[in-house]
Design a protein around this ligand. Structure first.
Ligand SMILES: [Zn+2]
Length: 197
């Protein structure tokens, strides 16, 4: 069960930026469709950060509560850094991060203005970095818990080869943006397809 199925449960986020990104993937509690849209600003509630959101399909209004750690400061709340820790996201799964990476990187290729294009490449790199955080130790494939939705799991079952870590690591190293500390390289000789099921 997703955290947003539990009434009043706070969603674990690593930053304000991640909380805002999440609503693009969250599905509506009423009609089940996504995305939601922020309806105002994130505010500090009694216990958690709160963000009013509205379903773009049925317009149902909802209040999302986020447990943001590390606690955001005024400065970090303005920052584009999605997750300064090495922990993988608990809100957005690997499938969504990779999809976002591909969308943003193609947008950067179409962008005529150099500054804007570079900014898009930086955003794409940040998404790819989040995807790479899901791989554990020396495994070439993501663990089952890297997929939060049936859409993601189905995509993996259909094309597991698409999720091989080495492919995305290579792609990451081609980007002209300094990577954070990267996960260790895969151990040779492991057969990645045996890990799933
Ligand atoms: Zn709806």
């Amino acid at each position: 069960m997703a955290a947003d199925d539990i009434p009043n449960a706070a969603l674990p986020a690593h930053s304000v930026a991640e909380a805002y990104l999440y609503i693009q993937f969250a599905s509506c509690g009423k009609c089940g469709k996504s995305p939601l849209q922020a309806d105002g600003q994130l505010t500090r509630g009694k216990q958690f950060f709160e963000l009013a959101a509205r379903c773009q399909s049925c317009r149902d209004a909802t209040m999302l509560a986020f447990d943001i750690r590390p606690e955001p400061s005024r400065q970090s709340a303005q920052s584009k850094v999605i997750n300064a820790t090495s922990e993988p996201s608990q809100l957005i799964d690997i499938h969504c991060w990779l999809a976002m990476f591909q969308q943003i990187i193609s947008a950067s290729g179409r962008e005529q203005e150099a500054g804007a294009s570079r900014e898009l490449v930086e955003e794409a790199a940040a998404c790819l970095d989040e995807a790479l955080k899901f791989y554990r130790d020396d495994s070439e494939i993501p663990p089952p818990e890297a997929f939060f939705t049936e859409t993601g799991r189905a995509a993996f079952r259909k094309s597991p080869e698409r999720y091989i870590r080495a492919t995305w690591m290579r792609r990451r190293l081609q980007l002209p943006v300094a990577p954070p500390a990267l996960p260790t390289a895969a151990a040779a000789g492991k057969r990645w397809w045996q890990f799933w099921r």
